[in-house]
Design a protein. Structure first.
Length: 251
């Protein structure tokens, strides 16, 4: 598989603080890249550069290039709605809309002009199945999404992202507040989703990264310290700092 995203010489500043330092990284098509590292190492900031969410912060300034399918997403002619539909994001804290389960999933497609009830119904089922949630909610589609458990709400948010039919899914610690059973269901979903999507997963759980990722990137204080196949990073890391982090000596 070729590269889906190529990041070149990426620097990001928040006012005078440099949050990312000369990041160079290639993310392959239909793979899971896990980004690991201690708190404040730039993991989430990096994730947000991949669909230009840092632009919402007025004092953020970026240098470098980020290519999606060969297009530099920071060029002026790139449409933000187009980009954020192509590159969906799921946040650490699930935030369902105060609507029914069905309406949560159908909301985005409706905004993009899908009005056919049959088409929306098919898309809702497909998205919920892909997020491993359909069997639990298929008889409750007209109930409020706020009644779902935390783990179900997170899978609902994944399904809501999938309903927009993106090509890349960014996940920012999607299991951080979840129990082991809910975490296992999300990991199971990720294994299936990578057959169709490119996935970038920020996680503080190195064991999770080892379980689900194809490649791993280790960030520390805004730098990309090491990047490689999951087996290599977890068994023979090239950098002592990577080994120290994975073995629990810091972080």
């Amino acid at each position: 598989m070729g590269d889906k995203i190529i990041v070149k010489n990426l620097d990001l500043f928040f006012d005078t603080l440099q949050a990312l330092k000369s990041i160079n990284l290639r993310i392959k098509t239909k793979e899971i890249l896990s980004i690991i590292g201690p708190a404040n190492s730039g993991k989430t900031t990096f994730l947000r550069t991949l669909n230009r969410l840092n632009e919402l912060i007025p004092y953020a300034k970026l240098k470098g290039e980020v290519y999606l399918d060969g297009k530099d997403i920071y060029k002026e002619d790139i449409s933000l709605p187009w980009l954020r539909r192509k590159v969906g994001m799921v946040f650490a804290l699930p935030v369902p809309l105060p609507r029914t389960i069905f309406e949560n999933i159908a909301y985005g497609p409706k905004l993009y002009g899908i009005t056919s009830k049959a088409e929306l119904t098919e898309l809702v089922e497909k998205s919920l199945r892909a997020a491993f949630l359909w069997d639990e909610v298929k008889d409750r589609l007209n109930e409020s999404a706020l009644k779902l458990s935390g783990g179900q709400q997170q899978r609902l948010c994944i399904a809501r992202t999938l309903a927009l039919e993106p090509e890349v899914i960014l996940l920012d610690e999607p299991c951080s507040g979840l129990d082991p059973i809910s975490t296992a269901k999300i990991e199971e979903a990720l294994h299936e989703l990578k057959k169709e999507y490119t996935i970038v997963l920020v996680t503080n759980n190195t064991k999770q990264a080892a379980r689900v990722a194809d490649r791993v990137a280790f960030f520390l204080m805004g730098e990309l310290v090491e990047y490689g196949q999951v087996e290599q990073i977890f068994t023979v890391p090239k950098d002592k700092r990577t080994e120290d982090y994975i073995s629990g000596r810091f972080g």
